[in-house]
Design a protein around this ligand. Structure first.
Ligand SMILES: Nc1ncnc2c1ncn2[C@@H]1O[C@H](COP(=O)(O)OP(=O)(O)OP(=O)(O)O)[C@@H](O)[C@H]1O
Ligand SMILES: [Mg+2]
Length: 248
């Protein structure tokens, strides 16, 4: 297994408020990691920091990706290096179709203009795999999409952009059984020994068919415990209280 991400003592803040308070984490290719933890613990912030979202200021620590220090890389450069993040609450973008959005993103990420027909063919194949009606390609991004359709769209973007390290930030509510199946199947179909996926979730049901290698518990800007699926099951049963006590 190849080391993909190595984060050393990352601290990050927004407007002088420290949110990440020293996080260490290693992710190898071929692995699936899960982030759990109470609301506001810093899970989404961590993904944003790795993605290079300029809203968050990294005040100390190092982020190595593929062995390279990437602290100073801009978000688009990180995307080109193969880092991807889906959004917890995807916004509707009026005036841009699903097809054009993905095409623009893929052009930006690969640095190659997408040829019309091969791109359309690839998109169609990916949509069919996700059991999406291919007419959705011409709809405006997320505009009037149901929760499940947004999820499919997110997985579609991931499979078309083919990242090496993908953060899937899942909503804690509103995912029906179909949406849960879509995400877990999409993750399993996409996952291989050359990529790694981080799933941020409050829903243990999402993990049932996924088989994560590691489960990390975030509390107050730190990873307070790392384990396997049994840790997620323990959280489901007993909540986060036992871990909150560890936080000074
Ligand atoms: N852009 C921002 N401006 C101000 N505060 C922020 C910003 N982003 C995050 N925070 C704060 O940082 C803390 C951690 O937020 P974050 O979204 O990372 O939590 P989370 O673990 O993803 O929670 P949830 O499970 O609710 O999604 C919260 O207190 C949040 O209000
Ligand atoms: Mg979050």
């Amino acid at each position: 297994m190849k080391e993909l991400l190595n984060v050393k003592n990352i601290k990050a803040q927004v407007e002088d408020k420290e949110i990440l308070k020293g996080i260490d984490l290693t992710i190898n290719s071929g692995e699936i990691h899960v982030f759990m933890g109470p609301n506001g613990a810093g899970k989404t912030t961590f993904a944003n920091v790795i993605m290079g979202n300029p809203v968050y200021e990294v005040t100390s620590g190092e982020i190595y990706y593929n062995g390279k220090l990437i602290n100073d890389l801009a978000v688009d450069e990180r995307a080109r290096e193969g880092i991807f993040m889906s959004f917890q609450a995807p916004i509707a973008v009026s005036g841009i179709t699903v097809e054009n959005f993905i095409k623009t993103a893929k052009t930006a990420v690969t640095g190659e203009v997408q040829k019309v027909l091969p791109f359309k063919r690839e998109l169609k194949a990916s949509m069919e795999k996700l059991e999406m009606n291919t007419s959705y390609a011409q709809r405006y991004l997320n505009d009037g999409f149901s929760g499940g359709e947004r999820k499919k769209n997110e997985i579609l973007q991931m499979s078309m952009l083919n990242p090496k390290l993908a953060f899937l930030d899942e909503t804690d509510s509103g995912l029906d059984v179909d949406a849960i199946r879509i995400v877990s199947q999409g993750v399993n179909d996409f996952h291989n020994e050359n990529n790694a996926i981080v799933i941020i979730t409050h829903q243990i049901r999402l993990l049932e068919n996924i088989n994560p290698d590691y489960v990390h518990i975030f509390v107050d800007g730190k990873i307070v415990k790392t384990g396997d699926m049994s840790l997620a099951l323990d959280i489901e049963k007993n909540g986060f209280d036992a871990y909150k006590k560890d936080v000074k």
